[in-house]
Design a protein around this ligand. Structure first.
Ligand code: GLC
Length: 632
């Protein structure tokens, strides 16, 4: 869009400068989507890159600053694109390489970084490497691109992951006359990482996208790269050596890039994917996710506190990726048998919702479409240590369809409006890659972006405010965590601290009113300022701090010095801790791109807390306050 200046001259929209910051992922808000599911620009029933580019203003307005794209490469599509047939191309159904380049350019212009997928563990059986391998002579490099065996009895200690679909990790290939190894579907043969040519091929695949400007890469199924007899074939030392090699390669050749490991493992094993700061910069915290759901169901903070206690500290440059839901089932691999039984009982009234070792549901249906519980879960997601990853559609509380098979029920088209096909596509509705949600409770005619954008109280508007609030406080992305232990176990309380910022987060996990007494003695004399409203609470004194919390309420308080009169009698400013803005270049660099956005965010939070701003007699201040609230 070309904007017009007051003098009538047309000017180009401001180009967003991405900051030169190797730790950008710490302040990121990642939005996960499948190109196929987001927006169809050519009425063929499937989303595409042009559709996504058209919707970038929506994402920018929502406030996210990183986009994670599920696999969009040529593929037979038997595992929704995770069965790759060509690493360096685009599935023609979604567009062309030129479209991807344009997406990256346009996203960057809007301050959004782009993360794609490197599925290194396996390919599709249609990949030319596999077709060549099955015909190649045993012992040749071409054959050894994959893992072959004359028997199906090797590596018996490796578990079967897709246990609803596969009975063995070996499948017989009648062309090769041998078994091949696969940790997932039998049409996804595992690459053989003992073959150095496979390493080379992966480096090449990665370089291809990084040269195109991709900012980060999710390393799919990364624990399973190697197989060794007598082990479960997960997290092997060889895998970590490969990751160190990969990281070195990225650091030597590119700037400000990020590797995100998908390691569905217990905390101590997941932490290993950070290495000593020399493997992945980010890794998903899989065990925390189901425990958030357990805690809110049990109305007890124990599952969360327990898993956080089991989570070792991580290198300074490392960051957890936190999520509530994604494109897969809510996996229950990283819980005990008892916990799994509990989760199934609590969250799958309909048995059809179970899949493999998990539950195939979206966020809103999991939480009974209860707005309070959805907000609380997001409040935890946004304030626990890590970077939040949002799944497309959850910002409007989209429903799912457990009757669609595999994980398709959580991968239905994005709901833009009440128009035909939810505004997602102009195709004949029978042509859609999956039907839109028409369940009475989540029907696209009511649950859609357009309807919610018109309502300041909608899930969408609330999510947008939450995102804006989080972006104002770096403590959420970068701060330390200190758990408080009030006697009432239905209340979870912790402090996030970064530089001069200290934020107290409190959550009522119960559906009923709760009272809590917090020992805040180390903050004696400070004033908790509630972040959504900028309201000051009573100062912290000698006694335990007493609060009552409404059902599923959560609050974030900035711990601040008591507001002194804004101008002292001698004209000096009071000595309060001021937020700092650091810039790489001169002061002017604080007025462009991401730095400008950060400065604006700080001012939006800081100014309303000044006494002169709240002064009743000051009409200008009131007008500004109304505007600043409207802006968030
Ligand atoms: C990852 C993906 C999942 C896929 C599997 C096999 O777990 O998240 O969707 O099916 O890898 O590639």
């Amino acid at each position: 869009m070309i904007a017009t200046t007051t003098t009538g001259r047309r000017r180009k929209p401001e180009t967003f400068q991405l900051e030169e910051d190797p730790l950008w992922y710490k302040d990121a808000l990642i939005y996960e989507l499948h190109v196929r599911a987001f927006m169809d620009s050519n009425a063929d029933g499937s989303g595409d890159f042009r559709g996504l580019i058209e919707k970038l203003p929506y994402l920018q307005d929502l406030g996210i600053n990183a986009l994670w794209l599920l696999p969009f490469y040529p593929s037979p599509g038997r595992d929704d694109g995770y069965d790759i047939a060509d690493y360096n191309n685009v599935n023609p159904m979604f567009g062309s390489l030129g479209d991807v380049m344009q997406l990256v350019r346009e996203a960057h212009r809007r301050g959004i970084r782009v993360i794609n997928e490197l599925v290194a563990n396996h390919t599709s059986d249609q990949h030319p490497w596999f077709q060549r391998a099955r015909r190649a002579k045993p012992g040749t490099a071409a054959r050894d691109f994959y893992v072959w065996s004359e028997t199906n009895q090797r590596y018996q200690d490796a578990r079967i992951i897709f246990k609803d679909f596969e009975t063995s990790n070996w499948t017989w290939d009648h062309v090769a006359n041998a078994y091949y190894w696969h940790r997932f579907y039998s049409h996804q043969p595992d690459l053989n990482f003992d073959n150095p040519k496979v390493h080379e091929a992966m480096f090449k695949a990665l370089d291809f996208w990084m040269e195109m400007g991709i900012d980060g890469v999710r390393l799919d199924a990364v624990p399973y790269l190697y197989e060794r007899e007598g082990t479960n074939g997960e997290n092997l030392p060889e895998t970590h050596l490969f990751l160190k090699e990969l990281r070195r390669h990225v650091d030597e050749n590119f700037r400000n890039r990020m590797l995100l490991g998908e390691a569905n493992q217990w905390p101590e094993d997941a932490v290993a994917y950070f290495g000593q700061g020399d493997e992945c910069q980010m890794s998903f915290h899989f065990p925390l996710m189901p425990r958030l759901f357990m805690s809110i169901r049990m109305e007890d903070r124990f599952p969360i506190v327990d898993i956080l206690a089991q989570t070792p500290s991580i290198p300074d440059t490392a960051q957890w990726a936190l999520f509530l839901r994604n494109h897969d089932e809510l996996t229950l691999e990283m819980v005990t048998d008892e916990e799994r039984d509990y989760m199934y009982r609590a969250y799958t009234q309909d048995r059809l919702a179970r899949l493999n070792l998990g539950i195939r549901r979206r966020l809103a249906p999991l939480l009974g479409n209860d707005r309070r519980r959805i907000e609380l879960m997001n409040g935890l997601l946004f304030s626990l240590p890590g970077t939040p990853v949002l799944y497309y559609g959850d910002e409007i509380g989209m429903g799912d369809n457990i009757f669609l098979g595999d994980r398709n029920g959580v991968r239905t088209p994005m709901q833009w409006s009440a128009d035909r096909n939810a505004g997602f596509s102009r195709a004949n509705r029978q042509r859609l890659y999956l039907p839109v949600i028409t369940d009475p409770e989540y029907h696209y005619e009511t649950v859609n972006v357009e309807a919610q954008q018109g309502n300041p109280h909608s899930m969408y508007s609330w999510t947008k405010r939450l995102i804006a609030l989080r972006k104002r406080h770096r403590a959420f992305g970068r701060g330390t965590l200190e758990l408080l232990r009030p006697e009432n176990r239905k209340v979870l309380a912790y402090v996030r601290r970064y530089e001069s910022e200290q934020i107290l987060c409190i959550a009522n996990l119960s559906r009923f009113l709760q009272a809590v007494e917090l020992d805040l003695s180390q903050w004696k004399g400070l004033v908790p300022v509630e972040l959504f409203s900028s309201n000051e609470m009573p100062a912290i004194g000698d006694n335990p701090y007493f609060l009552t919390l409404g059902p599923h309420a959560f609050y974030w308080f900035a711990m601040q010095p008591r507001a002194a009169p804004s101008i002292q009698s001698d004209g000096a400013q009071p000595a309060t801790a001021l937020p700092e803005v650091r810039t790489a270049g001169g002061w002017e660099s604080a007025l462009v791109g991401e730095a400008k956005e950060r400065l604006e965010n700080i001012l939006l939070g800081y100014i309303p807390q000044r006494r002169w701003f709240g002064g009743k007699a000051h009409m200008g201040a009131q007008r500004r306050r109304r505007r600043s609230r409207a802006a968030v």
